[in-house]
Design a protein around this ligand. Structure first.
Ligand code: ADP
Ligand code: MG
Ligand code: MG
Length: 252
């Protein structure tokens, strides 16, 4: 089964340490949520795992299916089945959405095993139906003139089409109205299964009303300070983060 393991990770941006001993393990069949106040390093975690050059890993380890993640090229991580919504370019002129997704699927496959055009079109039609996405979407240029909500739906379309082993979704719910939120949640729920693990990074609890995570982690000051089940997200929604700070003696 797929496995993403992060151990005692320390990451700095411009000499400033942001991640201070972050650890997590996500297996196939599991959905984890990371919640935490703004500025606590959630996006830094996602960027560091995707290999963004600005984020310096100063110590600690990360592995994907047993392989050292930081030794893998960035595109190799994607080909091996690690999906990071943000690693996909925001706009590429002259490349349609369909072309982009098809080449991303094929880059993860052996030569001779590429997805046929027929199969691709059928799958794309089916997934766009699930996500309630307009047919014209596939012929539009990648993210060009997409609204915030369209970009999010498109990220989920990429997720459903690429069928990664582990997905890291950073603020996938930001700026979505309730209908789009349900659609995105349904897309993720459809992927649930032993061959898929997911790390949902979110500031708000509302997405978790539609996707029940197996584990919820609270991140503060660059590391996980508390873990629990779905009830932890509920408590955060009702009571905010202050009680955790008090409990752990954390000061702002
Ligand atoms: P979160 O996603 O939890 O809101 P971030 O990871 O975005 O937190 O930010 C954590 C800290 O790192 C913040 O203090 C932020 O200002 C800083 N930071 C994040 N990205 C950059 C960057 N590209 N350059 C400089 N500082 C950054
Ligand atoms: Mg440490
Ligand atoms: Mg963030």
């Amino acid at each position: 089964a797929p496995n993403l393991k992060v151990e005692d990770l320390h990451v700095s941006i411009e000499e400033k340490e942001i991640l201070k001993g972050f650890g997590i393990e996500v297996n196939g069949g599991e959905i984890h949520a990371i919640m935490g106040p703004n500025g606590t390093g959630k996006s830094t975690l996602a960027s560091a795992l995707m290999g963004h050059p600005k984020y310096e890993v100063t110590s600690g380890k990360a592995s994907f299916n047993g392989e050292d993640l930081f030794e893998m090229e960035v595109d190799e991580r994607a080909r091996a089945g690690l999906f990071l919504a943000m690693q996909y370019p925001s706009e590429i002129s002259g490349v349609t959405n369909a072309d982009f997704i098809r080449s991303a699927i094929n880059s993860g496959r052996e030569e001779g095993d590429e997805i046929s055009l027929m199969k691709f079109i059928r799958k794309m039609d089916e997934k766009m139906g699930t996500l309630d996405i307009d047919q014209s979407f596939q012929h539009r240029y990648l993210n060009e003139g997409f609204s915030g909500g369209e970009k999010k739906r498109n990220e989920i379309l990429q997720l459903l089409m690429l069928e990664p082993k582990i997905a890291i979704l950073d603020e996938i719910d930001s700026g979505l109205d309730i209908d789009a939120l349900k659609v995105v949640a349904q897309g993720i729920n459809d992927m649930r299964g032993e061959d898929f693990g997911c790390l949902i990074i979110t500031h708000y609890q509302r997405l978790l009303n539609y996707i029940t995570p197996d584990k919820v982690h609270v991140m503060m000051q660059g590391r996980i300070v508390k873990s629990g089940g779905p009830e932890l997200a509920q408590k955060l929604e009702e009571q905010g983060y202050d009680w955790i700070k008090e409990e752990l003696g954390i000061e702002d």
